[in-house]
Design a protein around this ligand. Structure first.
Ligand SMILES: [Zn+2]
Length: 204
C-alpha cells in the first residue's frame, strides 16, 4: 500500500513546473529502511506528500500517522524517523509508566498538532521543529478505563496524574532533544512539546 499522495507529491510539481527545478527527493534508501521499521513496529500510517513547497518546511520521508500501538485522537504528519521515536516513547516509556502508576495502560494519545510550516514565537523566530515534521504537542492521554489525563488540567498539583506527567517529561528528556512543558512558558500551559531538533533543552 505504498502508492498514494507521496508519489503524486513528487511527480505533480515537476509536471506543473514544466520540469524546471525538481522537488526535493528524500534519501530513498534511508527512507525505505525507516518505513520498513515502521511497518515492523506496527505503526499505522500512510505515506504523505511533501506538505509545503517552502524549503525550510521540507520533511524527510513524511508519513501521516494514525496510531502508534495506541490510537491518536487525530492523525498527524511527521517525518518517518520521528514517528519511530514516538512509537518507542509510547511503548517503552508511556505504557510502562502508566501501568506502574495506574495499574493499566494508555489507549489513546491526544495531541494538538505535529507538522506545521511556521517559525517559533521566540528564539529569534527561527524555524520551528514542527516545520521539519519532527515535533509534537502532546495534550494528554486516555487510560484503558476511560480516565483522562490532560496536561493543562493535571500538570500542576500533587495528584497521581501530575506525578505521572512529570515523570513522563523526565523520561522524554532522555529520548527527545527538546521537552517543553507548562513550566517553560505560557505558550506551553496546555501541552508538552517534544522535538528531535539540533538543540537540547529539558524543562521537566
Ligand atoms: Zn510544539
Amino acid at each position: 500500500m505504498r502508492f498514494n499522495l507521496y508519489a503524486l507529491g513528487l511527480v505533480l510539481p515537476a509536471l506543473l513546473a514544466g520540469c524546471a527545478a525538481p522537488p526535493p527527493v528524500p534519501p530513498r534508501e534511508a527512507g525505505e529502511r525507516c518505513l520498513a521499521r515502521l511497518d515492523q513496529a506496527g505503526v499505522s500510517y500512510a505515506l504523505a506528500a511533501q506538505p509545503a513547497s517552502v524549503d525550510a518546511c521540507a520533511v524527510d520521508t513524511p508519513v501521516r500517522v494514525g496510531a502508534t500501538g495506541i490510537a491518536w485522537n487525530q492523525p498527524g504528519v511527521v517525518g518517518c524517523a520521528f514517528a519511530l521515536r514516538l512509537d518507542a516513547f509510547i511503548r517503552e516509556d508511556v505504557q510502562p509508566l502508566a501501568r506502574a502508576r495506574f495499574g493499566q495502560g494508555v489507549r489513546q494519545l491526544r495531541h494538538f498538532g505535529t507538522y506545521a510550516c511556521r517559525r517559533d514565537t521566540g528564539n529569534g523566530r527561527r524555524w520551528s521543529e514542527h516545520a521539519s515534521g519532527r515535533a509534537i504537542d502532546l495534550a494528554g492521554f486516555e487510560l484503558e478505563d476511560g480516565t483522562t489525563i490532560a496536561v493543562e488540567r493535571d500538570w500542576h498539583g500533587q495528584g497521581a496524574k501530575s506525578r505521572f506527567l512529570h515523570a513522563l517529561a523526565r523520561r522524554a528528556c532522555r529520548r527527545f532533544s527538546v521537552v517543553l512543558t507548562p513550566d517553560s512558558n505560557r505558550d506551553h500551559r496546555n501541552h508538552i512539546h517534544l522535538d528531535d531538533g539540533p538543540w537540547k533543552l529539558c524543562s521537566a
